[in-house]
Design a protein around this ligand. Structure first.
Ligand code: NAP
Length: 272
């Protein structure tokens, strides 16, 4: 297969502090060197591949730490859920052999982007799994939600999760959202403990938003004027947010796949 990646031989290996991850990293490094690869001592943005050893959490942290680099990622799972991961420590020899022969595919992971605007400035946030908007200190949050300027609801409850297809099996799933096949270019808007009473009316279920449509959220402040925005588990606090625009990012994350296990059997093995 011609992926345009052969020729460059530098690989990044990133591992968490778990002993199994460190041991796997050493074994992998030795194996890759036997095949003529150079393992960079520091993260190299010119590397042809980044291998992340740990669980999904380690994978997410690495992608954020290195700011969504262009080279593909692949994960080696050392004892966690490992939904993003294609490789186990037991099959690293097979992985190196297949990789060196170009026997792999590259899949795009769709990302979610939020533009968060206060009265004075706007910032951009990017998530792999999801962006969550919550109240602070466990307060009920009130959020006016529009899709492409079409007003949908004034949500009241714990918050809203806006998940990517890859993130649909994470927080979204625990909150009652649906599993979305990773090639579907959609976002999912999932309520967290929506209030449905004579005082407040909020949608109780998830909505699937197609690519090209933007979710516009305007907080309605009662006692507090601060919102929490949680990006892939990383919590950020903003005061006086007037508007949050959320859509699928134009950028994607690239991930190696080997078709060793298809998506639905992965779902079965991890969740049932
Ligand atoms: P974390 O401890 O790093 O992750 C929590 C669990 O979510 C771990 O078991 C992790 O797998 C798994 N996970 C992460 N991404 C996944 C995905 N795409 N599909 C299936 N499972 C996935 O927690 P964190 O640092 O707070 O946040 C990281 C992610 O955890 C967030 O992006 C969020 O989706 C998820 N989360 C879930 C809940 C919940 O379900 N109630 C609450 C908070 C956060 P590994 O064991 O392989 O790391």
């Amino acid at each position: 297969m011609e992926n345009g990646l052969q020729g460059k031989k530098i690989i990044n290996i990133i591992h968490n502090d778990n002993i199994r991850s460190k041991e796997t990293s050493e074994l992998l490094e030795n194996k890759l060197k036997q095949y003529g690869y150079i393992i960079s001592s520091e993260f190299d943005y010119n590397a042809e591949l980044s291998i992340c050893i740990g669980g999904d959490g380690a994978f997410l942290r690495a992608v954020h730490k290195y700011n969504f680099p262009y080279m593909p990622f692949v994960g080696v799972n050392t004892g966690h859920l490992g939904f993003f991961h294609e490789i186990t420590p037991e099959n690293i020899n097979k992985f190196v052999e297949n990789y060196s022969k170009g026997k792999y595919n590259i899949e795009d992971i769709y990302l979610v982007e939020a533009i968060v605007c206060t009265r004075t400035s706007c910032i951009e946030l990017i998530g792999v799994n999801e962006i969550v908007i919550k109240g602070i200190e466990s307060k009920v949050i009130h959020l006016n939600v529009s899709i492409d300027d079409d007003h949908l609801e004034c949500f009241s409850g714990d918050g809203l999760i806006i998940s990517t297809p890859s993130g649909s099996t994470a927080y979204n799933l625990s909150a009652g959202g649906s599993i979305v096949y990773p090639t579907l270019k959609t976002l999912q808007l999932t309520p967290l403990c929506p209030i449905n009473s004579k005082a407040y009316r909020s949608l109780q279920n998830s909505a699937i938003i197609p690519d090209g449509m933007a979710i516009k959220i305007n907080p309605e402040y009662r006692d507090e004027n601060t919102v929490l925005i949680v990006v892939d588990g990383n919590q950020l606090k903003y005061d006086n947010v007037v508007e949050i625009i959320i859509k699928l990012s134009d950028m994607t994350l690239r991930k190696l796949t080997f078709h060793s296990q298809n998506f639905w059997s992965k779902v079965r093995d991890r969740f049932i």
